[in-house]
Design a protein around this ligand. Structure first.
Ligand code: SOE
Length: 403
């Protein structure tokens, strides 16, 4: 493998390149590809992202992915990819069981790293990744975890408003992330339903997103949790052949589901706000419904991923006769990320979060600073997930988050 490096058409020449090597090419691989392909064309970046190499075990499938998503070369062994001299950054889009191994090898090989969420499958793995990232940072390398929902302009705008004190002291944070792709008991036992590969179920997949988003918006880490988890369907048909995690063809046999199907937990923030979280793949009719509402002494904010160009804001300082929730259309050039996009009212979508993620990472690399969210932020989320599992095992006993 290892075809010659070409400058992908349309990217800006004249700037130092940032040559990306991506491991994985399924859903997240496609989403990250979109980010790398577009970031340098929309934003004025200090480095020019180049889609250098994409890696996957199936040679034919990875060649097809390279041609579809615009990668110049392919590899079938990630160990070869991380050692290539023409790769500056390794982007990890694989199931969680390989995150730590690939990230550690990439950091040791002198590469910057972007790793999909959740950072790892265990606190121990995530801790080793943070230690390696800290050492690498001293050598000028940057390591980021991919919590893309921080990069929706509306959530970034909500963060601004909370930080400016528009809500005052926070009392409640209410978060749900609802999907329904497991409702059918005949849905196959893909890697996402196996603990050894995915680490956990809805908790690590959806719960990790909402824990990160809530902590980002509030501006502090959770202090402790009280949790319930459940696996509703414990045995499912085995997949045959290729599986993407979200789809597969089934065979005659069945196997055990070894992860949670749903996780519900209440939590405390150190400043006193109470939070509730619900992550499930059994919310019939809900496809990708991530909703968050924050209630503070001075006002409230609500966000719904299925209406991602909007925020709902209640300014509690307005006279009661005129106050009420109003819609903020988050498409103004002064809103986060939007000065580079379309005129007001021309909204963005899911894919743009990955463009913004690539943009922010390129800036962090060029400026040699720790990115947000860093591997340390990813480890902190991992600790929350571990506390949720511990609490659920102990019949919801309140479990402080280890620091
Ligand atoms: C599946 O539940 C999934 O693809 C998650 O893994 C992603 O992180 C989320 O963005 C969409 O849903």
């Amino acid at each position: 493998m290892g075809q010659p490096q070409e400058q992908p058409e349309g990217t800006e020449a004249g700037k130092p390149p940032l040559r990306v090597g991506m491991v994985g090419y399924a859903f997240m691989g496609a989403a990250h590809s979109q980010g790398w392909r577009t970031a340098g064309r929309v934003f004025d970046l200090p480095l020019n992202p180049v889609q250098a190499v994409i890696c996957g075990r199936d040679a034919a499938a990875v060649r097809a992915a390279a041609s579809r998503h615009g990668w110049a070369a392919t590899e079938t062994d990630w160990r070869v990819l991380v050692e290539r001299d023409d790769v500056d950054l390794v982007d990890i889009c694989t199931p969680g069981d390989s995150h730590a191994e690939i990230a550690l090898a990439a950091l040791a090989a002198g590469k910057h790293v972007l790793c999909e969420k959740p950072l790892a499958n265990t606190v121990e793995e995530a801790t080793s990744m943070v230690l390696a990232a800290e050492e690498a940072h001293a050598r000028g390398q940057v390591a980021m975890v991919g919590f893309n929902y921080r990069r929706v302009p509306a959530t970034a705008q909500a963060r601004r408003m909370v930080a400016e004190g528009r809500l005052g002291r926070l009392r409640h944070v209410r978060v749900t992330y609802l999907q329904d792709w497991l409702v059918d008991p005949q849905f196959p036992l893909t890697w996402r339903l196996r603990r050894e590969q995915a680490g956990s179920g809805s908790l690590g997949d959806l719960g990790a997103h909402i824990v990160d988003l809530a902590q980002y918006l509030v501006g502090e880490p959770l202090a402790g949790v009280s949790a319930l988890t459940e696996t509703f369907v414990r045995e499912r048909p085995l997949p045959t052949g290729a599986t993407s995690g979200l789809s597969a063809v089934t065979s005659a046999g069945t196997g055990q589901v070894t992860v949670d199907d749903a996780a519900l937990f209440t939590a405390r923030f150190p400043s006193g706000a109470l939070a509730s979280f619900e992550a499930t793949r059994y919310a019939t009719g809900r496809k990708n419904a991530l909703r968050i509402e924050l209630n503070g002494e001075r006002g409230s904010l609500a966000f719904d991923l299925e209406r991602l160009n909007e925020l709902s804001f209640h300014d509690g300082t307005e006279p009661g006769t005129e106050a009420g929730f109003r819609r903020i259309l988050v498409t103004e050039p002064d809103h986060p990320y939007l000065d580079a996009w379309w005129p007001p009212g021309h909204g963005l979508g899911y894919e743009h979060t990955f463009v913004h993620q690539a943009r922010d990472l390129v800036h962090a690399i060029a400026e040699g600073r720790r990115p947000e969210p860093s591997f340390a932020d990813g480890l902190q989320v991992q600790r929350v997930l571990a506390a949720v599992e511990e609490s659920a095992e102990k019949n919801s006993v309140y479990t402080p988050i280890a620091v």
